[in-house]
Design a protein around this ligand. Sequence first.
Ligand code: NDP
Ligand code: MG
Length: 406
Amino acid sequence: MNSPALVDQPTARPREPRRLAILGSTGSIGCSTLDVVRHLGGRDAFEVAALTGHTNIRLLASQAIEFGAEFVATADDSQAAQLKALLAGTGIESGAGHGAVIEAAGRDADIVMAGIVGIAGLAPTLAAAARGSDIALANKECLVSAGALFRKEIARGGGRLLPVDSEHNAIHQCLASGGRERLERIILTASGGPFRNYSLTQMSQVTPATAADHPNWSMGLKISIDSASMFNKALEMIEALYLFETSPDQIEVLVHPQSIVHSMVGYSDGSILAQLGTPDMRTAIGYALAYPERAELPVERLDFTRLSRLDFHAPDETRFPALRLARQAMRQGGTFGAVLNGAKEKALEAFIAGEIGFLQMAEVVEAVMSRYGSSNAPDSIDAVFAADAEARTHAGEKIAALRSAA
Ligand code: NDP
Ligand code: MG
């Protein structure tokens, strides 16, 4: 005889499909998001309102066909005809250029995955926020560059902001325990990247290919190199500042090479809460897509009996000056997030192009930041873009000076 259920089981009721747009669907976050969508029921669970890409239009078109997207956009306007040809006969609408990406972002969607890399993601994500969609935020540059203004747009639109960056997602999960007013500290963990144990001399000789080879996480090229220089953690400190509205000195960074503890929060009673898991972005993506429920995903489960150890140590700010620069940007406030990010993006492109060395990226950012005094918080998104553009110009000058001195 079956024993009676101890609690009433809710009748399983299929959820209405949720409308989803993915900005940057051809990237690492975009592809992982579509993988999560497949596992959560594919077209039965999600109506794909829009997908966007940039250079990889073959992949973009095949994703659109697999998921029955309503609209696809490539940011590259020279590829308009080719994208149309790839979608011929499918009934899928397409567009090309910056305006088309903005149009995709503003389509009717319950949730928008912000997975474009860099400041290029800001305007489309703002369009989605203004429309009132929930924002699953992978693009940390939105908060780093536009901070409070970005939050204001989200509040105005009325959607929710769900962090996908694994550290911030972990903190979001920890903060669900309540007691927010007694939060003392946020501890962002960092793997330390592939050069964690390198000397400065070794670091001065690394190539973009070795810098892109992250020991734990599989990510896009730029964020992988940013992880190696710890500029990724620098951006994440500023991201945390605006996301969780703390003061700069409540944000700590702790090197944790195994990437199992994804971040922690500390309360005034001495409690520390952490979120743990194997390093797989699908957990954070699934959390955002299923929120406030939980997704069921084939992510490798953590087996504590097989973990030999968890290490933690303080970061070395001499070898990784990005962290010191982030602290400076957080203290100075104003447009400093946009300046740091703009200079960093320009320096990163120069490193990838072989124009400057690995350690010179921080040298460029520091030189640009030193040109500014304190500034007021930007009062418009145009002011953010202006600060970004000016920082890139200054970074370009410093890069040219370094090249001619070499
Ligand atoms: P990728 O480089 O893998 O993908 C970037 C996406 O943006 C691609 O779809 C690319 O198109 C598109 N894109 C590139 N340039 C432009 C542009 N100028 N205009 C419009 N679209 C553009 O990056 P990731 O997926 O690794 O990262 C995306 C964002 O998520 C970044 O902000 C990153 O910091 C953040 N993030 C990523 C994590 C990860 O695990 N990858 C973890 C945490 C945060 P195409 O490929 O077709 O050229
Ligand atoms: Mg992260």
